[in-house]
Design a protein around this ligand. Structure first.
Ligand code: DAH
Length: 341
């Protein structure tokens, strides 16, 4: 019967040990089994054969086997550490692999308009503030000099949540909230969502945005009001944009105006967008009504101010040539992707 001498067995272990020092992760796992496997492991077999040896040889072989066992454990430990370090330092990274595809986001056109408008008014000293979307009829209507029997307060136009509690129909209630809490000088812009029982069609939505503006101080006149809105139009649209004020009516301003800017499509010569008038309406505005100041604890003999309200959806539609307001709410990726810079 052919037997394998301990020397041959040790030689096999040492050869494997050499390979172990260089092995990659999969080969390392195999070599561990080849050396230390419970049944066929090379070292395991040596240790198992000890009982068949003469006492003297048993001691020598046993000692050598134990030394090798210690060395094998150390080499495996070191090699595993090296492989882990190689992984995290990117040694195994294949730089020719195509990159993972990732989405690039964009600023929504309505958000872009809101940010740009607020930035221009910031240059004029206005702070950006917000207010609640669920309001009382006092803030939404009566403090603003809108009587509750006014058509705007009707169930037909307003989402009431319970008697006296509603979804605000405009951002103007934040005027009242601010004047009650802060003494003049006040200069604020208020972007936010508003709600109306309107149909959802090409030019209406039951929820949309507004930006309210309010300035209250001693000695504010119609001249400052016009100058501020002219500055806004020339910075938001273009330096040669003409602004036009038309007399109008709002319960919370006196006098009231509708503010038009030169049509951006035809530069004032008349086209379908501006119905051949050369101008487009962009906001309602006016000098704050003395009754509103008084309702909010501000002395109308001492202070005066102006206010305005504009619709960012409408302005975004003009700015980007968007024909249907619903596109601003549907979040169709084919539409939104056009705003990725
Ligand atoms: N609150 C008005 C609306 O929703 C817009 C408005 C008009 C706001 C004139 C104002 C203003 O502050 O002075 O239709």
């Amino acid at each position: 019967m052919a037997t394998v001498s301990p020397d041959d067995q040790f030689e096999a272990v040492e050869r494997t040990l050499v390979e172990l020092r260089e092995a990659g992760a999969p080969r390392l796992a195999e070599l561990k089994v080849e050396l230390l496997g419970r049944k066929q492991g090379l070292l395991t077999q040596i240790l198992r054969s000890l009982s068949t040896l003469e006492p003297e040889e048993r001691r020598a072989v046993g000692q050598r086997a134990n030394q090798l066992k210690v060395e094998i454990d150390a080499v495996i430990g070191q090699r595993e550490q090296e492989l882990r370090a190689g992984e995290s330092s990117g040694e195994d990274v294949d730089p020719t692999m195509p990159g993972r595809r990732s989405w690039r986001g964009a600023i929504h056109p309505v958000t872009a308009v809101i940010d740009d408008v607020c930035e221009i008014f910031r240059e004029l000293g206005f702070s950006r503030v917000t207010g609640p979307e669920v309001e009382t009829d006092a803030y939404n209507f009566t403090k603003l000099n809108i009587p509750l029997d006014h058509p705007a307060a009707d169930m037909h136009d307003t989402f009431y949540l319970s008697p006296g509690i509603l979804l605000r129909t405009h951002t103007s209630p934040v005027q009242a909230r601010t004047m009650e809490q802060h003494k003049p000088p006040i200069r604020i812009v208020v972007p936010g969502r508003v709600y109306r029982r309107d149909p959802f069609d090409a030019s209406h939505a039951p929820v949309f945005s507004q930006i309210e503006g309010l300035a209250v101080d001693e000695g504010i006149t119609f001249v400052e009001f016009k100058a501020a809105l002219d500055y806004f139009a020339k910075h938001f649209f273009s330096a040669d944009t003409e602004v036009r004020f038309r007399p109008s009516f709002f319960p919370f301003t006196e006098p009231s105006a509708e503010v038009d800017v030169q049509c951006q499509m035809c530069r004032g010569s008349g086209c379908a967008t501006c119905h051949r008038t050369g101008f487009l309406e962009i906001m309602g505005a006016g000098m704050v009504h003395p009754a509103v100041l008084e309702n909010c604890g501000i002395d109308p003999e001492r202070y005066s101010g102006y206010a305005f309200g504009m619709g960012p959806e409408r302005i975004a539609m003009l700015r980007y040539g968007i024909p249907d307001i619903r596109m601003l709410f549907q979040n169709d990726m084919r539409f939104l992707r056009q705003f990725v810079e």
